[in-house]
Design a protein around this ligand. Structure first.
Ligand code: ZN
Length: 188
């Protein structure tokens, strides 16, 4: 099934997500549904809080970017119970958007490399280092698990300039190609 995407201002996006275990009900189905939802909304990553579930799960499929960035060729992954253990390298600015903050994109400063522990969809454990665009996308999705949105990482000035746009989004005053859940729980 395709889930509607929870939009900026909804409290579930501000919760800290919980780890899950192998007994989590219908996990395989949920992961498949998250990929379907991701493809329908034409995103590259989707975290469980964005479909209203406060669990430490996110999926990424950036293989569509491989033409411009060959490091994305096989970058389709499931991340369960992820924990970033190190962030390093220079900080870099790069333009990000978010399915939960429709029609907006801003430059965000992030570390260029991370080390992270996680489980994949088969419950294999990984302790892996990611760099460049992969590290960028992972850090964005990972933030969702901690109730953080990329707009939180902007300068005070940028935040102030965006305030009216964010208020409009909270009120549902935007167009989107995909189904959404507004802060008042309304699905449209
Ligand atoms: Zn996002």
């Amino acid at each position: 099934m395709i889930y509607p995407i929870v939009v900026y201002g909804h409290p579930v996006l501000r919760k800290v997500s919980e780890d899950i275990d192998e007994n989590y009900p219908n996990l395989k189905q949920l992961i498949n549904d998250m990929f379907d939802t991701l493809y329908m909304s034409e995103g590259v990553g989707l975290a469980a809080p964005q479909i209203g579930k406060s669990i430490r799960l996110f999926v990424i499929d950036a293989t569509g970017m491989a033409e411009d960035d060959p490091t994305m060729k096989d970058f389709k992954k499931v991340f369960i119970n992820a924990q970033i253990t190190e962030r390093f390298g220079e900080k870099e600015m790069y333009q990000e958007g978010c399915l939960s903050v429709p029609n907006l994109s801003e430059d965000v400063l992030r570390e260029t490399s991370i080390r992270m522990e996680y489980y994949d969809e088969n419950w294999n454990f990984h302790d892996e280092t990611f760099g460049g665009m992969q590290a960028r996308i992972i850090q964005h999705e990972y933030d969702h698990l901690d109730g953080i949105l990329y707009v939180d990482r902007l300068s005070q000035l940028r935040k102030r300039l965006l305030k009216s746009k964010l208020t409009a989004i909270m009120k549902g005053d935007f167009e989107s190609r995909y189904k959404v859940i507004l802060p008042g729980q309304k699905i449209r």
